[in-house]
Structure formats: C-alpha cells, structure tokens
Ligand binder design. Structure first.
Ligand code: UDP
Ligand code: MG
Length: 308
C-alpha cells in the first residue's frame, strides 16, 4: 500500500517549559514510522519564550507558523491546517497531555479501516473533576446535535484525511469546533482509546469564561435549536392564550361576569396570546437569521466521498 505523508499540527500558546520535551518524544515516534512526515507548530501569540524554542527546532521536517496574536486554539489549528499538506493530518496539544506514542496507532487505525476521521477517548483522563463532569454533558449534547456517536469530543489528538481538512479550511468558519466540524465531511468515523497524561508544565489555558465561550461556539455553530425553541414557545403560548380565552367566554355564559373576576382573567388570556405572538414573530425572524448564518458560514452542503 502507498504510504501517504503525515502532518502533525500542534497549536502552541505559552508552552515554553514543555516544548523541548515535546520534540524529544515526538521526533523519535515520527522517525520510527518510516514514512514521510512534517510537524507544523503554530505559535498562537505566546508571550513567553515559546516562539524562540520553536524557532530553534524549525527545519526540514518542522515548520513553525507565527500568528500575529492570540486567536485561540481552534483558529491556531486552522492556521496549521492551511500550511500542512500531508495525506493524513493529526492534531494534538503541545502540553504533552496527548502522548506522541499514540500517533502510530491512530494512523494505523485510519488506514486499515479506511476511515476519514479517527477520534480518541481519553482513558483515565487527567483533568479536574469539574472539567470531566462538564465534558460529559457537552459530549452528550454534541452527540445529539451532530448525530455522530462519538464519546469524547474534547480530545484534540485526532486524525483527519486530507480532503476532510480541505473541506474544513474551505468552510471559513470563525467560531467553530474542529472535531465536530470534521464529522460533517466524513462518513467513516471511529474512535480509539488513548492514554492521557498530566500537563507537563503550567496550567490549562482554558479559564471558565473561555470554556463557556468555546461551548457556546459549539452549540451555535452546529444547531439552530435555540432559534426553533423561540418559535415553538411562541406558538404554544399563543395557542394557550386562545384556548384560555375561549374557555373564559364559555364559562362566563354559565357562571356570570363575577366568576371571571370582572374580566381580569380575560386580560390574562389576551396577554398570553400577545406574548406568544411576539415570541412567534421573533422565532420567524430567527429562522431568517439562521438562514443568513448558514449562508455566511459557506459550509459545503455536501461532500462526495468517492466516484465509482
Ligand atoms: N492553545 C492555543 N491557544 C489558546 C489556548 C490554548 O494554541 O488560546 C493550545 C495550547 O498551547 C495547547 C492546546 O491549545 O497546545 C490545549 O490547551 P490547554 O492544554 O490549555 O487546554 P486543556 O488541555 O486544558 O483543554
Ligand atoms: Mg492540555
């Protein structure tokens, strides 16, 4: 079988202390695979000495991309995608939480199973309990909105085929979540278990606020359910208002005006109807906004896998 080139894409943000160890572990693994490879490291506006360490290692097989400032992990990975040209692209973190020795197995799984995307499940994940619990919820939501049954969407140690990467780069989305985006351009997707380590040095770059914003990106990029929710809420509120109004009119005929608190309840019915109508109107507007959003994202509406 023709062995294609492998690109490793690594976003780097203030990882000075762990970078040397990263090269020490990664290079032998890549050399050991005995095939063409390149390592693309993207310096995402680090403010420590990361860039200098990266520059020291730049060479024939190691490309260093320096970004103007800090754009965030997913934007950095996109930058790495754009300057990579391997047939298989593997993304991973720079902090050694994803052990490089897992790469050969990832690639092997992809090639033997003819997969487009190989995800990973972090066995014995070394993160805070808070991160693990929230991940579990996010994973469930992501499974729902992408319709793809993967168990760990947060682990960036993943392999993608070239054409999936091209599609992602071509989508030109700003706030997105790469592992989820990739699944929209892939048919055969699987995941394998990999080990997970403690951060080699430093702390996670994700503050609580950054995590919330990342997950908000994930949901809004892949689901229009929040917009639909407005439409449904409005519809049912308005329907309830009409029903309540009809009930009051009938009840009044039987029990008289005093029963209905002299029209106070009627006012409630009218209010329900109006509030519902308003929600409904927002929902319709939301539908149009959703359509504009979809157009703006320029995500291909289909992807051909093969032609026979
Ligand atoms: N990273 C980045 N830009 C950022 C934040 C993080 O390029 O703004 C990189 C970081 O250097 C690391 C990876 O993304 O290689 C994952 O970051 P981190 O380890 O902080 O996240 P966690 O493992 O806690 O999810
Ligand atoms: Mg990490």
């Amino acid at each position: 079988m023709d062995l294609g080139k492998i690109s490793i894409v690594i976003p780097v943000y203030n990882e000075e202390q762990g970078l040397r160890m990263l090269f020490e572990q990664l290079i032998p693994v890549m050399e050991g695979m005995r095939r063409e490879y390149e390592i693309v490291l993207v310096d995402d506006g680090s403010t420590d000495g990361s860039l200098e360490v990266l520059q020291e290692h730049a060479g024939e097989k190691v490309r260093v991309v320096e970004l103007m400032r800090n754009y965030g992990q997913h934007a950095a990975v996109f930058a790495g995608f754009e300057s990579s040209d391997g047939d298989i692209v593997v993304t991973m973190d720079a902090d050694l939480q994803n052990p490089p020795r897992e790469i050969p197995r990832l690639v092997q799984t992809m090639e033997e199973g003819d997969y487009e995307v190989v995800g990973t499940i972090r066995a014995c994940r070394k993160d805070t309990t808070f991160r693990k619990v929230t991940s579990r919820m996010v994973n469930a939501v992501t499974r729902k909105i992408t319709g793809v049954d993967l168990h760990d969407w947060g682990c960036m140690l993943r392999a993608y085929r070239r054409h999936v990467v091209e599609r992602m780069v071509g989508s030109r989305e700003h706030s997105t979540f790469i592992p989820a985006l990739a699944t929209t351009f892939a048919k055969r997707i699987t995941e394998i278990e990999v080990s997970h380590a403690d951060r080699f040095a430093g702390e996670s770059n994700y503050s609580f606020a950054k995590l919330v914003s990342l997950h908000f990106d994930l949901i809004t990029s892949f689901s229009e359910f929040p917009l639909k929710l407005m439409l449904y809420t409005g519809f049912f509120l308005a329907l309830f208002g009409v029903g309540f109004g009809a009930f009051l009119s009938v009840a009044r005929l039987y029990f008289g005006a005093s029963w209905a608190a002299e029209g106070v309840f009627t006012l409630f019915a009218v209010m329900f109807f109006l509030v519902g109508a308003q929600f409904f109107a927002f929902g319709i507007m939301g539908e149009y906004v959703g359509r504009i959003y979809r157009e703006v994202k320029r995500r291909p509406s289909y992807t051909i896998r093969r032609i026979y």
